[in-house]
Design a protein around this ligand. Sequence first.
Ligand code: ADP
Ligand code: MG
Length: 341
Amino acid sequence: MASVFIDKICKSFVSGRPVLQELSLEVNHGELFFLLGPSGCGKSTLLRILAGLEKQDSGSIKFDGVEISSLPPEKRQAAMMFQNYALWPHLSVFENIAFGLRIMGISGKKLKMEVQSALDAVQLSDCADRRVPLLSGGQQQRVALARALAVRPAVLLLDEPLSNLDARLRDTMRGEIVRICRERSQTAIYVTHDRQEALSMADRMAVLKDGRISQQGTPRELYERPANCFCGAFLGDINFIDGRIANGRLETSFGSFILSGECDGASAGAIRPERIKFAAPDHPEAFAAELVDGTFFGDCSQWVCRAGDTLLTVKESAPGERKIGEKVFLAFDDGFLLAMR
Ligand code: ADP
Ligand code: MG
């Protein structure tokens, strides 16, 4: 397995604005790295450049310290799994998986063994002779993954591999892909616009915006300490709170609160709905609010509360019985009100 080093990649298509702008990234050996970003931000373009299906305008790519930019796709030891699977309908499952191995000159017993090992990894051992159109969507997805794994790529590239599956199957496959990558210490770069997918599966991740990296780190770092409003909002619900920022505090119409993080250049406070709690009136940091709306989800409720002139969304797990219009007291979890740029 390889480490991946991407240095200042730029890419524009003839027609328009830059798609990737000096994008730099390091993925460690055996790491499952996620690129998360909205549609059109350049995720697929970056994967296609890594696979050698597209050429960058400038910048360098190294696998295990070796520059691969000038190598054709088949020499790069990268395997890509596409969103639409791109399987051959006229070939059996076995032949679909064997395809890349045959190109590498592998045949006979060794070929059989490698195909079988890939089929075992995706738990499709019994399907080798089936034809692809006769498989379910979930099974086709596994075949596509097996085909990518079969060549034992140094780097596995996954482009929104689960977006065509229904919700239940998607959950199962998320776990499967993590398991397979861990078992094989597979270096993998996984592209998605689905934040749940990235947060639940990634070892580390980067948020992409307009062809640039907005922030990178572990899922927890990015979720709990977003570097800017875009990352904060892209990774989950978040309250932005206007106020005056001075001496590390946010002065609002409903109180003054200690901010976490760098306050220089910050323009607002931000806090996630699950980090605001209903509190007793005598709680030292409690502030008064009015309950203006609520939605019950069973395991939690989402409330809208007005504090001063600010509307706050509050997520309460194991929700209590509350009435719209009720006066309540709220408190921010210590350390979770962030200074935001
Ligand atoms: P994502 O995968 O994040 O949704 P893409 O990498 O597919 O985004 O596309 C990024 C931008 O580049 C889009 O605006 C898209 O229209 C443009 N683009 C992608 N491929 C080409 C191409 N072959 N020719 C022209 N424009 C392209
Ligand atoms: Mg894409």
